[in-house]
Every structure is written in C-alpha cells, then in structure tokens.
Design a protein around this ligand. Sequence first.
Ligand code: HEM
Length: 418
Amino acid sequence: KQLNIPKEEGLDHSLALIQEGYQYITSRRTKFKSDLFETRLLGQKVVCIGGQEGAELFYDNEKFERKGAVPKRIQKSLFGENAIHTLDGEAHEHRKLLFMSLMTEERLELLAELTREEWRLAAAEWAKMEQVVLFDEVQQILCRVACRWAGVPIDAIEVKPLARDFIAMVDAFGAVGPRHQKGRKARKKMEDYFKGLIIEIRHRRIEPIEGTALHKIAWHRDHKEKHLDEHTAAVELLNVLRPIVAITYLVTFGALALFEHNVWKEKLQSGDEESVQMFAQEVRRFYPFAPFLGTKVKNGFEWKGHTFEKGQLVLLDVYGTNHDNRLWEEPYVFNPERFRNWNGGMFDLIPQGGGDEYTGHRCPGEMATIQVMKTSFSFLTNEMIYNVPVGQDLSYSLSRMPTYPESGFIIQGVSIKS
Ligand code: HEM
C-alpha cells in the first residue's frame, strides 16, 4: 500500500530554497517530523531526504544515477560540464581512480609541507601589515599550495586574481544574478587557460612532474583507453585546484572557532595530535559548507512505503544530517570532544558526502582537506601570535550559500613565534 509522504504545497519553492539556504530542508524535515518529504524545485517534483538512513539510500548506486542530476547552472559555475560529478558506473569508477591515485600518503605529506611553507611566507608578510583579512589571505596561500601540489607552473601566474576566480566559482553555487554570473565568467576564463596548458603538455612543450595531478590528468586514459578531451582534462584539473582553494572557508571557520573556544586554542598549543584531528573534524561537522546534494532515480523503487519514480530528483540534506540529534548529542554546540574515540560510519559525518569514495561519489579530497586544515590550525596556534580586534562582525548567515564570517575574520598585530 502506498503511504503518502508529507508534501509541501505550491507551484515552486526554488526562491524559498535560495532564501532559506542551509535551513531549507532541515526546517521542513522538522516541521513535517519526517526524514523525507516532497516539494517542487526548479519546476519539478523533488523528494528531499536526510538522516543516516537517508544518506545510505542516497548512495545506493543500484537505485540512483547522476546523469541529468546536476543542474546546468551548477555545472557552468562549480563543477564544469562532463565532470566526474555527472558520471555513473564504469566511467565513474575509472575516473575516480584517477583522483584517488593523487591521495597517497607521500602526496598528502607533501601537501602538508607545502601548506606549512606557504603559511610561513605569508605570515612573514602579515607581520609588516597593520591588519589582515584572513579569508582573503588564506585563499592566496591555498591557491599557491594547490598549484604547486598539482604541478601547475605558477611563476607566470598572478596568484591574487587566480585565487579570486576560484573563490568566485565556489561563491556562485547558491546565488542568482551577478554573483552567479561572476562564477560562470571565472570558470570560462579558467577552462580556456588550463585547456591551453593541457595542449602545451600534449605537444611536449611543457613537462609536468610525474605523479602530479597535472601530469596524471594530461595523460590519463579513460575506460575506453582514450585520452580525455582537452576541455574535460581542464575541467578535472580545476576539480583538483578549486576545492583546495575552497578549504579557505573551513580554515576561516576554524580560526573563528579558535577565537570563540579558547580552551581549544590551548589544547592545540599543546601540540597534541589527537586534539587537532578532533578539532578539524568538528569544524567540518559544525560549520555550514555543502548544504545538500542531488541525484536522480535510475529505476523506480519503494522505500519506507514511498514510491520513488524513475527520473525523479532526490536531494540529500547534508547540513541537517551533520546536525541530526539522533547522531550528534547537542548538535548545535561546537564540541570537538565528540570525536574522541569516535568510531563513525560512512553515513553520519557527511560534510564531503557519504558512502565509499571509490565506488560512489563521496569526495576523494577528504584526507587532503583534513591535512590542510590541521596544518593551518597548527600554524595559527603554534607558530603565530595575533589579535582579533573587537568591533568586527563575526556572524555568518545561514541563508547565504556558501557562507563565511561577515568580516572575513580580521586579525592584527601578527608576529611569528620564535
Ligand atoms: C565531491 C565537498 C575538498 C575533489 C565532493 C562532494 C562534496 C565535496 C560534498 C560531493 C559528494 C557527492 O556528490 O556525493 C568538499 C569540501 C571540501 C572538498 C567541503 C573542502 C573544502 C576537495 C578536495 C578535492 C576534492 C581537496 C581534491 C583535491 C572532489 C571531487 C569530487 C568531490 C573530484 C567528485 C567526486 C565524484 O563525483 O565521484 N566534495 N570537497 N574535494 N570532491 Fe570534494
């Protein structure tokens, strides 16, 4: 017998989604007292799901596919067209191995080293400045790190505008109007630039270092033994560079958390490895970044009495699942202690997606993200002295996607610890 799931009445709620942002799905799940409900977005019927079981369902490859699930507006700003995000089955698994092959222990250690080095160089400059907006500066640090790690020559590149373009691509995903257009323009410019670089490599006019993302992507063969076309290669290179720069959002939130929870600043100053790991995990869980994810029903099926129809769009509540009180005690309290002796599963802490990263769409960059965050937090607490001036607006809006502290987190009086 078909059960009815709660349904949000009305023709279309896209505007409410944009206006309510991170809280759109969560607030309706709470109101309807249900982990799934139906609504209408972008002119179509959509089922929203959340919670651990919802996440597990969302990552079932038998039931869902990504083909046609990512709206063009997201492809043209955030991910790029024909990117790994839109692939399924064998083509996806093969492409995923390319990304996973970048995440060896050795490569991750190099990423940490480069991150430390760039923080050191930047902080030495900040010591000469009256004040620094951390959000603006960290994006430049991570842009250098991303390029160097990926094997992209940066001598000829001006880093500041490049970093801005990466952030513009991320900043566009939850926006309409000029903010969205800015991201699309940035993507177009970047794709042209990196397409040119791929062509140079294939003509052997540039030889990237073996083992780097640039080398691997330029010479990658797909599951049909063919090189990626130049555009797709550029898109996937951007899918390594852009998200590394995007870690800026999490680093800025981490700086805010260090300021607001002095006891954690002290714990990190003790240099204890477990503390910095727990702190990074809680920053990823607590602060908003990816609000929700989308997929499409491959073949109709029944779940909890509801019929999912073939072709229907399904959204997973990422932010809400990271704040689900069945999974997290006092979810709206920032408390890294919850990660002490944590034996979490694949579908509870999902700021970068859930499930298995090899066979599903879970982010391949999770280890890299944690590595960069930990290195940055250790630097902030152990190698730098700074003040956080009062009078700045440290609040962040949950209706803006993506979001970060209003002031960008201003620091003053920077010096390097001797
Ligand atoms: C996928 C978040 C960093 C590369 C994803 C997904 C999320 C995410 C939510 C989608 C999962 C899904 O579709 O089911 C983040 C966040 C990051 C981050 C919050 C930190 C700011 C990285 C890094 C890299 C990376 C550092 C690479 C160096 C990718 C790629 C995918 C992906 C290639 C597509 C995977 C697929 O479709 O199979 N990420 N990510 N991300 N991420 Fe990340």
